[in-house]
Design a protein around this ligand. Structure first.
Ligand code: SF4
Length: 299
């Protein structure tokens, strides 16, 4: 804003405040009504007899507060904390809100992947059970430093019970090998463990029913880094509505265990449809490799 305009606005606001104080009958801006209210509360607690009402109290208690100076909003990029707390995937209070303990939702801090699989059982906790062939729990190194997480199984995964085995899975294997790892070095899982019909995006009630098992898998494995593949997986893991295009390539804290980092990148199925995006995904993977080698710290 032009400095002269800003000064003019401040003068108008100062005048409004002075008028307000004058309406209160105050002769000095050092006078305030709040201590009067505080005093009367102390007196009420100290004395069994109800205090006489003070003549000055009633006008102050009915007066509308003066207009506040509201600075113009500035647009900034979200910080890591904002990414995890400001919005929720589910249009409800944040999954990771202040009232949720970091380890909430876990059965036991020492449980194994076998314990979690046993607890999942022949799961019917959401409607996806009725159309699936196999539960796709996840597979890989139970002590992996690196996890890959997608949104849900597709047709090939549903048929075999294994994650990322179709065309997208073959591309994922190549991506893993491109950063000098083998598929068996990492752990691969999905947000939902039963195939959504027609490969649609999992619905919020399905995510809510299934994701506690993924949280428990992450807690059992305790990787250094999770690569979130695509929008639904990233949004569910980070509890955000911000899109993958904005978030990819930037390290985030995993909200439940901030010592674990999350690198959002494109889903291999999307890369098959949009090969021109492979270059960006490769840039993200190079950061993953450098982080695991200790060559870079999360920015
Ligand atoms: S998607 Fe998850 S919660 Fe739903 S039925 Fe399958 S395993 Fe159970």
């Amino acid at each position: 804003m032009d400095p002269r305009e800003e000064l003019k606005e401040l003068i108008v606001q100062a005048r409004e405040h002075l008028l307000y104080f004058s309406e209160l009958g105050l002769t000095s801006i050092g006078e305030r009504s709040a201590p009067v209210e505080a005093e009367s509360k102390v007196e009420a607690q100290a004395s069994p007899v109800a205090p006489e009402p003070r003549p000055q109290e009633s006008p102050a208690s009915t007066i509308i507060p003066p207009p506040q100076f509201v600075p113009k909003p500035t647009i900034t990029m979200p910080t890591k904390k904002e990414n995890t707390a400001e919005t929720s995937l589910f249009d409800e209070p944040s999954l990771f809100g202040e009232t949720v303990a970091p380890m909430a939702g876990l059965q036991s801090v020492n449980e194994t992947l076998e314990d979690i699989r046993r607890d999942l059982g022949d799961c019917r906790r959401c409607k996806l059970w009725s159309t699936r062939t196999n539960i796709v729990f996840g597979e890989g190194n139970p002590k992996a430093e690196l996890m890959f997480i997608g949104e849900g199984p597709g047709a090939d995964e549903d048929a075999t019970g294994r994650p990322f085995v179709g065309r997208a899975g073959q591309l994922l294997t190549k991506m893993i090998e491109a950063i000098d790892l083998k598929r068996e070095d990492v752990y691969i899982a999905n947000v939902v463990k039963s195939r959504p019909p027609g490969n649609r995006t999992p619905e919020s009630d399905e995510v809510k029913a299934c994701i506690p098992f993924l949280f428990r898998q992450i807690a059992a494995i305790r990787p250094k880094l999770i690569v979130a593949l695509g929008n639904p997986a990233m949004q569910a893991l980070l509890d955000t509505k911000i899109g993958i295009t904005k978030m990819r390539g930037h390290f985030q804290d995993y909200p439940r265990m901030p010592e674990i980092k999350v690198m959002p990148t494109f889903h291999p199925a999307y890369l098959l449809r949009s090969p021109d995006k492979k270059r960006e995904a490769w840039e993200d993977l190079k950061k993953v490799r450098a982080f695991l080698r200790g060559e870079i710290a999360p920015e």
